[in-house]
Design a protein around this ligand. Structure first.
Ligand code: NDP
Length: 341
């Protein structure tokens, strides 16, 4: 049995952050939320610098009273702690080129996603601490739950312990942004990346395919587009089921359904042989995610886009998906039934 340690407020000491200059590289979803939470936890405003290019994100930070630095080299030189809160795909270029040459040997680098550290795309000095404080929530929830006095799920780890005190710093930062209130779960960049990419590349693609094929089978059996769209997702029933699963239990939530539904789901799931799915999932995990195949492919796409000699493959992928029966029907239904949505 693998059970993870969970850290609470009592395990963390905010005093470790005294007299430290804390730089937030990025003031987007996570940056804006975490910087505000940290300040509201008592870190003085003058100890916080938001490093951002001069644009609307910078203006937002300024309007909230933060000191904004456009010059990344200057921000890096001042940083005792730097939170990397810009999109994962731009982190290697921005951090390695503009921060790394200017950081102190003792700066703590904080990541909110394991991807770039697990795939070794960021450069660190051995003397630096590298810690992961990765909320499992979108930024607006990180902020609103903090304001309500609640915590939020978060993964924490020390990926490189240059100071010998990296985990304690990670916990202090977790407490500062409000993550240890509900319990921060000990994890690692590897675990976080494996689960994240697996969900994105194995679990959810299968769910998309299940819905797509179910739609076609029921349509062929005579069901209308309108009825299918509402029955399958527009009613928000799947969202409610997942909400109940989070609250009551993955299987226990079934008790909210009719007896016919409970019997059908419980019996049906037991009758399915999951061995082909398991083999497919293992293939994605080991031969696409953990071996770096996906990372290599995605880095190449980023490099091509950077050189501006490539079209964004996302557009092509969206275009392919828009051809399915489900997508075509949904488009027709949405244009007819706006009032019901
Ligand atoms: P955002 O997309 O919200 O980041 C926007 C910020 O990044 C802005 O400040 C923007 O400023 C800056 N930025 C974007 N491009 C560049 C660039 N080329 N150079 C410099 N700055 C840039 O990011 P998120 O908050 O979504 O993600 C940040 C980290 O948090 C990631 O590691 C992500 O995996 C992780 N995370 C995100 C979650 C989420 O809910 N979104 C949940 C948990 C973790 P400007 O454009 O002005 O430069």
């Amino acid at each position: 049995m693998v059970s993870a340690k969970i850290y609470y407020d009592n395990d963390a000491d905010l005093a470790l952050l005294n007299d430290k200059t804390i730089v937030f590289l990025g003031f987007g979803n996570q940056g804006a939320a975490q910087a505000q939470n940290l300040r509201d936890s008592g870190i003085p405003n003058e100890a916080i610098i938001v490093a951002n290019r001069p644009d609307s994100y910078a203006e937002d930070a300024k309007s909230r009273g933060f000191n904004v630095e456009y010059d990344f080299a200057k921000a890096a030189k001042a940083a005792d702690v730097v939170f990397l809160l810009i999109p994962d795909q731009v982190q290697p270029r921005v951090f390695n080129e503009q921060f790394v040459p200017n950081l102190k040997d003792s700066t703590t680098i904080v990541i909110a996603s394991g991807y770039n550290v697990f795939f070794k795309l960021l450069n660190f000095k051995p003397s630096q601490d590298v810690v992961m404080v990765a909320p499992r929530m979108i930024g607006s929830s990180v902020r609103s739950l903090y304001q309500k006095g609640k915590g939020f799920p978060c993964f924490v780890s020390a990926e490189q312990d240059g100071s010998g005190n990296a985990l304690a710093t990670a916990l202090a930062l977790s407490k500062g942004i409000g993550a240890t209130k509900a319990g921060a779960i000990a994890s690692s960049a590897k675990e976080e990346t494996a689960m994240d990419l697996f969900a994105e590349q194995a679990l959810w693609p299968n769910i998309i395919v299940l819905f797509r094929e179910a739609f076609s089978v029921l349509k062929e059996a005579g069901c209308s587009d309108e009825a299918l769209c509402y029955e399958m997702w527009m009613s928000k029933e799947p969202a409610e089921i997942f909400e109940r699963a989070a609250e009551d239990g993955f299987i226990t939530q079934l008790k909210h359904h009719s007896t016919v539904s409970q019997y059908g789901q419980l019996k049906g799931a037991l009758q399915l042989d999951g061995s082909a799915t398991r083999a497919h999932f293992k293939d994605i995990l080991y031969n696409q995610v953990l071996n770096g195949k996906f990372c290599k492919e995605f880095s190449q796409i980023e490099a091509d886009l950077e050189k501006q000699d490539a079209t964004n493959p996302l557009e092509q992928l969206y275009a392919e998906h828009s051809k399915s029966e489900l997508a075509q029907a949904e488009q027709r239904v949405r244009s007819r039934l706006q009032g019901l949505l």
